[in-house]
Write a protein that binds this ligand. Structure first.
Ligand SMILES: Cc1cc2nc3c(=O)[nH]c(=O)nc-3n(C[C@H](O)[C@H](O)[C@H](O)COP(=O)(O)OP(=O)(O)OC[C@H]3O[C@@H](n4cnc5c(N)ncnc54)[C@H](O)[C@@H]3O)c2cc1C
Length: 483
């Protein structure tokens, strides 16, 4: 099989049975034509088409080391800085397609599984060789170009206590029993973006206490989304048929869903970690999966910051506001964020070193800095777009007016310095969809939270960052005795 194209992605999407609930509707027909998924499915198909387009083939694919087939570059286990940068180029090419608004293109989790497979010995504990499972799974998704979603956190019922102390110990997904076939899972996980994936990864993220009661929640595995007992409960859709009215949402609404496990059997070969809180808590850092995910995320965030700078600049120029110093200052602040993110990405690659699992690994100091900077800086980028567009972001009549008796008034009163009415409306609709519509609001929330709670992420950053040299310098000056 190897790297797929868009047609194969859509064929697989429609032929894979899955239990997806959209309101009171259990989706039974073609998922790729359902109103909640048609737009994003088309966009993902376009990304898969890029893989095999003759002019991009070298950027997007490489030869599988086991089968020789053409496979996607986000599966590449980099051994050199050039290979690491090949990964960046591929990921940036995909990210640019959606202006960085598609967070869960395949490269995000491909990066994670790629890194975990290199670190397979980390999983090889106890009598069962989970390390071999991780390696086999990596090769399976790489050779079949499977799209993965993931779910890390427990439902938000009572954050004051752990999963075993909730009103019902089966709210959070946990092991019910182990038998000769595998592990039975019951409960739910919140949240999984992109329920139209082929596979779901279930990994622990927040710290699991090592008491006996919390043991059953310490489990990592992967399953096809078609597995019996697995279901997805979607939020309302922000997608819309009209590309004109919602140019971003109609194309890039990835959808988010709560994942329910109704006594789901996870076969032993799909179990990666079991009842091992200590290993679960350190998994992400110890395998460097978090570093490669941060590398993908920062690449996408650079693409998104570039796109947002483009939108703000066009808004300003279209209405002749680019001459005002405060407009220039705000857009300059956006550029400061963009260039800071780019510099962090570049530094991470320049300082890359082989990790203990043999992968050329980007430096995590700049990437962890980007991970903490972006949730704080990206809402400010959206704010500048709102400040620049001002009331123009509401002067965006629905598409139908263009074919109505009011068209002449639209052409006259919506014209702008640098654009006719239709062009100006298109631009302002895009800007509003990016930062203000339901889709835009979800984008902001996503950037704040997708890589963890920013509060706890910053605490971890504080504890992890090596501050000793700076403390020593201050102490040296405090005790310096000049002659
Ligand atoms: C749009 C979107 C898409 C997402 N997609 C995915 C996905 O595909 N897969 C996935 O696994 N996850 C996904 N997430 C979830 C993401 O991982 C979480 O949002 C993030 O880890 C924070 O957890 P939470 O949302 O449960 O917040 P909570 O942990 O419930 O926190 C709520 C509030 O309480 C505070 N708080 C809670 N507990 C503590 C504590 N112990 N110490 C200090 N403060 C605390 C937080 O700071 C926050 O302000 C997505 C989130 C969003 C918004």
């Amino acid at each position: 099989m190897g790297a797929i194209n868009g047609a194969e992605f859509l064929r697989r999407l429609d032929s894979t049975p899955r239990e997806v609930w959209f309101g009171n509707e259990k989706i039974t027909g073609s998922v790729s034509r359902h109103r909640a998924f048609a737009g994003v499915a088309r966009s993902l198909a376009a990304l898969y088409d890029m893989q095999l387009a003759p002019e991009l083939r070298d950027v997007m694919t490489y030869d599988s080391p086991t089968t020789g087939k053409t496979v996607g570059v986000s599966f590449l286990q980099p051994k050199t800085r050039e290979e690491l940068q090949k990964r960046t180029k591929m990921m940036k090419t995909w990210a640019d397609y959606s202006g960085g608004t598609l967070g869960r293109t395949g490269d995000y989790l491909n990066s994670s599984v790629m890194a975990m497979a290199a670190a397979r010995d980390y999983f090889a504990s106890g009598e069962r060789n989970f390390g071999a499972n991780v390696q086999k799974y990596y090769e399976h998704v790489r050779e079949n170009d499977l799209l993965m979603t993931h779910t890390l956190i427990n439902p938000q019922a009572n954050r004051g206590v752990g999963p075993s102390k909730q009103a019902d110990p089966f709210i959070a997904a946990r092991v019910v029993e182990k038998n000769s076939e595998g592990v039975l899972i019951r409960g739910a996980r919140m949240l999984a973006t992109l329920p139209i994936a082929d596979e779901i990864l279930v990994f622990p993220s927040t710290v699991i206490r090592s008491g006996q009661d919390d043991m059953p929640y310490s489990v990592a595995f992967a399953l096809p989304v078609s597995t019996k007992g697995l279901s997805f409960l979607c939020r309302e859709s922000f997608a819309d048929d009209s590309v004109y009215d919602h140019p971003m949402a109609s194309r890039f609404d990835e959808q988010d869903a709560v994942v329910c496990f109704d006594d789901v059997l996870v076969p032993w070969e799909r179990v990666f970690l079991l009842e091992d809180p200590e290993r679960a808590n350190k998994l992400s850092e110890a395998t460097d999966a978090v570093v490669f995910m941060a590398h993908q995320a920062t690449t996408r965030e650079v693409a998104k910051a570039e796109f947002m700078v483009g939108v703000a600049t066009l808004l300003a120029e279209t209405i002749g506001a680019e001459q005002f110093p405060q407009v220039q200052e705000r857009i300059a602040e956006m550029i400061l964020t963009l260039e800071s993110m780019r510099a962090l990405l570049t530094a991470s690659e320049a300082n890359a070193k082989p990790n203990r699992w043999g992968l050329m690994t980007p430096d995590y100091v700049p990437l962890n800095t980007a991970r903490n900077l972006w949730p704080r800086a990206s809402p400010a980028l959206a704010a500048v777009i709102k400040q620049t567009g001002a009331s123009g972001l509401m002067a965006i009549p629905p598409e139908e007016i263009m074919d109505s008796a009011a068209r002449a008034r639209v052409d006259k009163y919506y014209q702008a310095k640098e654009a006719g009415a239709e062009e100006r409306i298109r631009l302002f609709k895009l800007a509003w969809d990016l930062v203000g519509s339901s889709f835009g609001g979800r984008q902001e929330l996503y950037e704040r939270f997708f890589f963890g709670d920013p509060v706890r992420t910053a605490s971890n950053y504080y504890l992890w960052y090596d501050k000793e040299p700076y403390k020593s310098r201050v102490k040296e000056l405090l005790h310096r005795r000049e002659a």
